[in-house]
Design a protein around this ligand. Structure first.
Ligand SMILES: Nc1ncnc2c1ncn2[C@@H]1O[C@H](COP(=O)(O)OP(=O)(O)OP(=O)(O)O)[C@@H](O)[C@H]1O
Ligand SMILES: [Mg+2]
Length: 256
C-alpha cells in the first residue's frame, strides 16, 4: 500500500530552523498524529509535503512517486489533499459550489472538452454534482447546500473545507487542526468520519492540539519541538514521555 515517507527533511527560513532531520511515515489505512507546541513546525511540514514550500534538505516520497520537487498541482494529482489551519473558502459562493471546486482535480475531461460542452463534460458535471451531494450527506450538511459559505459557523466552515479536500478522492488527507473551535459533539462526529476514511484505505496525517482527540484516534504519533521529532510511538506512550512533557511546559496539555 502507498505510504508517505519523509526522510531527513529540513527547512530554514533565513536564520530560523523550522524543520531539522524530520523522519515521518504516514501509512495507508491509519491515522497518524503530528503534535507539538505552538511554533514547533507542524504546518511547515504540511506545506512541504503539499509543495507549497520548497525543502531545504531531505526527500519526500509517496509510494514510488518522488514528491520532493513537485509542483503543488502535481502532488494533488498524485493523491494528496489538505485542509488549512486558517480556513480558506469562497465566502460568497454556496457550500455546494465550494465542494464542487474540489472536484476540479478529479475531473477526467479536459478544459477544452468542457468549453465545447461535449457530452462527456456535461455528464461529468451532473456526476460531480451528485458526488458533491453525497459528500454533503456524509457530513450532515445537505440542508445547508445553498447557503453562502461565509454565513456558516466556524465548525461548519471546517467541514466544508474537508469535503472540498475529499472531493478529489485523495489517498492521503492532511488535516491541520480540523476540530479547532468545534464543540464535543461536532468533533466526535468528525472522529467517526475520519475512522471511516481510513477504513476505506486512505491515510490521514492529523495535526491537532486536543490530546484526547489525538489519543482516541491516532495509531502512531510524532511529536515536534523546535522543528525536530523529539518523540514518536503510541499516543499514550508518547504523552508519558518526559521529553514531551518538558516540551509542553508552559502550555496546557490535556493528556486525559
Ligand atoms: N513563511 C515563513 N517565513 C518565516 N518563518 C516561518 C514561515 N513559516 C513558518 N515560519 C516559522 O517556522 C516555525 C514553525 O512554524 P509552523 O507554523 O510550522 O509551526 P506550527 O507547529 O504549525 O505552530 P502552530 O501550532 O502555532 O500552528 C515558527 O518559528 C515560524 O515562525
Ligand atoms: Mg500550524
Amino acid at each position: 500500500m502507498t505510504e508517505l515517507v519523509l526522510e531527513n527533511v529540513g527547512k530554514t527560513f533565513g536564520g530560523v530552523v523550522a524543520s531539522e532531520n524530520v523522519n515521518i511515515r504516514v501509512p495507508a489505512g491509519r491515522i497518524t498524529g503530528l503534535i507539538g507546541p505552538n511554533g514547533a513546525g507542524k504546518t511547515t511540514i504540511v506545506n512541504m509535503i503539499t509543495g507549497m514550500l520548497a525543502l531545504s534538505s531531505g526527500r519526500i516520497t509517496f509510494g514510488d512517486t518522488d514528491l520532493t520537487t513537485m509542483m503543488p498541482h502535481r502532488i494533488a494529482e498524485a493523491g494528496l489533499a489538505r485542509t488549512f489551519q486558517n480556513i480558506r473558502l469562497l465566502k460568497d459562493a454556496s457550500i455546494l459550489e465550494n465542494v464542487m471546486i474540489g472536484f476540479h482535480m478529479a475531473e477526467r475531461s479536459t478544459l477544452l472538452s468542457a468549453l465545447f460542452r461535449l457530452p462527456g463534460a456535461a455528464k461529468e458535471t451532473r456526476d460531480t454534482r451528485a458526488a458533491a451531494m453525497a459528500l454533503l450527506d456524509r457530513f450532515g450538511m445537505t440542508h445547508l447546500r445553498d447557503h453562502p459559505a461565509g454565513s456558516l459557523s466556524y465548525g461548519h466552515q471546517r467541514r466544508v473545507e474537508m469535503m472540498r479536500a475529499l472531493a478529489a478522492d485523495p489517498q492521503l488527507l492532511l488535516l491541520d487542526e480540523p476540530v479547532a473551535g468545534m464543540n464535543e459533539a461536532e468533533s466526535a462526529e468528525l472522529a467517526r468520519i475520519f475512522r471511516e476514511l481510513t477504513d476505506e484505505g486512505r491515510a490521514i496525517l492529523l495535526i491537532e492540539h486536543d490530546m484526547r482527540f489525538v489519543t482516541d484516534l491516532c495509531h502512531h504519533v510524532y511529536v515536534l519541538d523546535g522543528g525536530k521529532v523529539i518523540s514518536e510511538g503510541r499516543p499514550a506512550d508518547v504523552l508519558a514521555d518526559p521529553v514531551v512533557v518538558t516540551a509542553y511546559l508552559g502550555e496546557s496539555i490535556d493528556a486525559a
